[in-house]
Design a protein around this ligand. Structure first.
Ligand code: UDP
Length: 240
């Protein structure tokens, strides 16, 4: 990645954020009626819908694991979610993201409770503006909670990165395109266990440590929003 535009002007980022500031995030749990659990999430310019189906009998049968449930997360970017022309349907990037999100969720769901079952998670990116894998995983986690799937913790994701030599939290679109590095992670906030870690670009060991610390801080802030959203859903149900 090469810096072609000035990403920091007068000490501020293009959208006016400080280096350790997240974009605005809104989380709503239980937005769909047919799915067992669901979530709608807005994160900066990203709009994401996640839905959970299951645990239900895994089909085809040869995919069943007699000891635990399998977890299939499917990340899909809507053809209208980006500026450039995008072919609808899966591509290499969405397969990769589906795989890493499935693995992250599988590590936190108590899958031993549901032998031979599958837990299916759909993640639909309706509007994309950088950081969609983090937004998608965070929404998927909320949908799992909404579905009542037993979890060891509520996973949460956030990225940090490097722009113009500085370590910053939660890269925006231009920062992602023209910055030096992007480090998306997902953690189990209670224990700090890392469930997903990817890196695009280059960081020194010192920069990596700083970015990781910052991304963990971001995750912990978002974890509070996840908890608030699920409480709000139950409060609304009790009132209505
Ligand atoms: N993007 C795009 N077209 C694509 C894939 C990505 O315009 O086919 C944009 C989109 O805004 C996305 C950003 O590039 O959020 C960064 O993509 P990346 O692969 O780094 O994943 P993300 O940051 O969304 O997890």
């Amino acid at each position: 990645m090469k810096t072609e535009i000035k990403l920091i002007k007068n000490g501020k980022r293009l959208d006016g954020r400080k280096n350790d500031e997240l974009r605005p995030i809104k989380i709503e749990a239980g937005v769909l009626h047919r799915a067992e659990g669901s979530c709608y999430l807005e994160w900066g310019g990203n709009k994401v819908l996640a839905a959970v189906y299951g645990p239900r009998e895994a089909v085809p049968r040869h995919t069943q694991n007699p000891l635990r449930a399998i977890v299939n997360a499917r990340y899909n970017m809507a053809a209208f979610s980006v500026d450039d022309r995008k072919r609808p349907g899966p591509d290499r990037r969405s397969r990769e993201i589906s795989k890493v999100i499935s693995e992250a969720l599988e590590n936190i769901i108590i899958t031993e409770k549901f032998p031979r079952a599958s837990i299916d998670v759909s993640i639909e990116i309706l509007d994309a503006e950088a950081g969609t894998r983090c937004a998608g995983l965070t929404a998927a986690a909320e949908a799992l909670v909404d579905a009542g799937i037993p979890l060891k913790d509520i996973p949460v994701a956030c990225a940090a990165g490097k722009i113009e030599g500085e370590i910053v939290l939660d890269l925006g679109k231009e920062e992602d395109n023209f910055g030096d590095a992007d480090l998306p992670i997902a953690i189990a906030p209670r224990t700090g266990e890392i469930l997903l870690l990817q890196m695009d670009g280059h960081l020194t060991q010192k920069e990596f440590d700083k970015a990781l610390d910052l991304a963990i801080k971001g995750c912990k802030t978002i974890a509070e929003l996840q908890k608030k959203a699920i409480l709000e859903k139950y409060q609304k149900n009790m009132e209505g």
